[in-house]
Design a protein around this ligand. Structure first.
Ligand SMILES: Nc1nc2c(ncn2[C@@H]2O[C@H](COP(=O)(O)OP(=O)(O)O)[C@@H](O)[C@H]2O)c(=O)[nH]1
Ligand SMILES: [Mg+2]
Length: 458
């Protein structure tokens, strides 16, 4: 039997546990893998380094330590943290391999509370942090839930302008050969779906982001499944649909996709998140041009519909969301000189403004900031005929050292003239050399953490 003092001791050292699920999303290449790698790495170093001064619990030295824990959801792949750290720690550092599916990692953070009530009950508290990486492309599918096959087809054909139309040529030619009333041949459907999927991929390669259905470009475990084999087609809304015809099958697959893929995602993943960070690479479309920039805005607007809980009956019917904080972060801030960071934030703010308003109305706290998860450059100055000008220095992907001023980030959504007058010179840098016993160099990951989980570490 335990004696009283031992019981007292156990009681005092009992840990108060809590649990928080943070979703990390963003379109592909936005920087999700880099962000999660850095976030985990930073937290694992809190006991030995002062690397997170903007996270108040770390600044006040209340974090005892953090460790990885086995994840609870056995159905979701593990986030490849070790592999990511291996690649940035190479003699010639490389960016982590891109991931193509949802993945998850779990950390336990032990901390000393600064709340009187909590202190009374235990000396330390533990928060179990689940971090979920999922493709932003999947959020682009939300509007599909509100559209039948005819409406969706129409919306896709309406969007076939400019670059999209050019890229769609091959698929359109094949589609023109298809008799929608003929008895469906699965092989033929597979062939045309492949052609449609290739079209969506080529849109992405051209710097366009708004692609539907989002799973077609990032199928994850569904690769090759018939539920990802359909495409929009042109027909009148009152058209009689012949049983077993191509149109009949396309409609059925679209319906299956809506129910089994899109709806299931919102039910099983989205509903369980507490906090969300949306990563946005504003620099890539600045580099690519006007069309790419506007297309990214459209894609972001679609993504943000997922946060309009209150006004969106569809989402209300599906689940009762519990996200109470959303952070928008402009990634890769180390690509520009530090005095441009403020512009980067105001540009992002303008991009997400509509969502911000509706989120505020729903009592969801929102914030915007600029970050660099894994710093690849060092800021400094170079002398020029105009005097000393800010610059960044880093190694490009071939390992050559470069010092440059990449350009000014516009403060507001730029018009076409921005690209005619100045534009933006974007260089891909490789990560800085990293020693395994040191935390990764970052910009404001601590500020992001403070917003996302600071209140849970009190
Ligand atoms: N300079 C810099 N580049 C970054 C940073 N984060 C990501 N990148 C670049 O963006 C690419 C895509 O990042 P990744 O995290 O794989 O994007 P994901 O598709 O959203 O997971 C990387 O390969 C890097 O080239 C960063 O903090 N700094
Ligand atoms: Mg990734």
């Amino acid at each position: 039997m335990k004696n009283i003092s031992q019981e007292m001791n156990d009681f005092l050292h009992r840990s108060v546990d809590s649990h928080v699920r943070v979703a990390v999303t963003g379109l592909s290449r936005a920087g999700k893998t880099a962000f999660i790698t850095s976030l985990v790495n930073q937290l694992l170093h809190t006991s030995t380094h002062d690397n997170l001064p903007l996270l108040s619990a770390a600044r006040d030295k209340r974090i005892v330590g953090a460790k990885r824990e086995p994840q609870t959801n056995m159905m979701v792949p593990r986030f490849a943290y070790d592999e990511a750290i291996d690649s940035v720690s190479l003699l010639e550092p490389q960016w982590p391999e891109p991931t193509r599916d949802v993945s998850e990692i779990r950390l336990a953070i032990k901390f000393k509370s600064n709340k009187k009530t909590k202190k009374l009950f235990s000396s330390t508290s533990t928060i179990h942090l689940d971090i979920i990486d999922y493709p932003g492309e999947w959020l682009l599918d939300l509007p599909l839930l509100d559209m039948d096959f005819h409406q969706w087809s129409e919306s896709q054909f309406n969007a076939l302008n400019g670059t999209r139309k050019v890229l769609a040529q091959q698929w359109l030619e094949q589609l023109a050969q298809l008799d929608l009333d003929a008895e469906a041949d699965e092989k033929q459907l597979e062939h045309l779906s492949k052609s449609y999927t290739e079209f969506l991929h080529s849109c992405k390669n051209e710097g366009l982001h708004w692609v539907q259905p989002g799973r077609f470009v990032l199928p994850g475990e569904l690769v090759g499944a018939p539920v990802l084999q359909f495409f929009p087609c042109q027909f009148t809304s009152d058209k009689k649909i012949i049983k077993h015809s191509y149109l009949d099958l396309l409609k059925a697959r679209y319906h299956e996709y809506q129910q089994k893929v899109v709806k299931a995602f919102y039910k099983h993943h989205f509903a369980s998140f507490d906090r969300q960070i949306v990563l946005v690479d504003c620099l890539q479309p600045l580099n690519a041009g006007y069309d790419s920039f506007n297309d990214m805005r459209t894609a972001l607007e679609q993504i943000m519909h997922s946060f309009r809980y209150g006004r969106n009956n569809l989402l209300k019917r599906l689940f009762s969301p519990r996200i109470d904080k959303v952070l928008f972060a402009a990634t890769k801030a180390d690509h520009v000189t530090p005095e441009q960071h403020a512009n980067l934030v105001s540009l992002l703010q303008q991009m997400v403004h509509p969502a911000w308003q509706s989120a505020a109305y729903e009592n969801i706290e929102m914030n915007c900031m600029s970050i660099a998860s894994i710093q690849a450059t060092t800021p400094g100055f170079i002398s020029s005929p105009q005097g000393s000008v800010p610059a960044i220095q880093g190694d490009n992907t071939n390992g050559e050292s470069m010092t440059l001023f990449p350009g000014e980030v516009p403060k507001k959504l730029p018009g076409q003239s921005y690209w005619q007058d100045q534009g933006f010179e974007f260089v891909s840098f490789r990560p800085k050399h990293h020693e395994r016993d040191e935390p990764l160099e970052h910009i404001r990951i601590d500020k992001a953490l403070e917003f996302l989980i600071g209140d849970k570490l009190k």
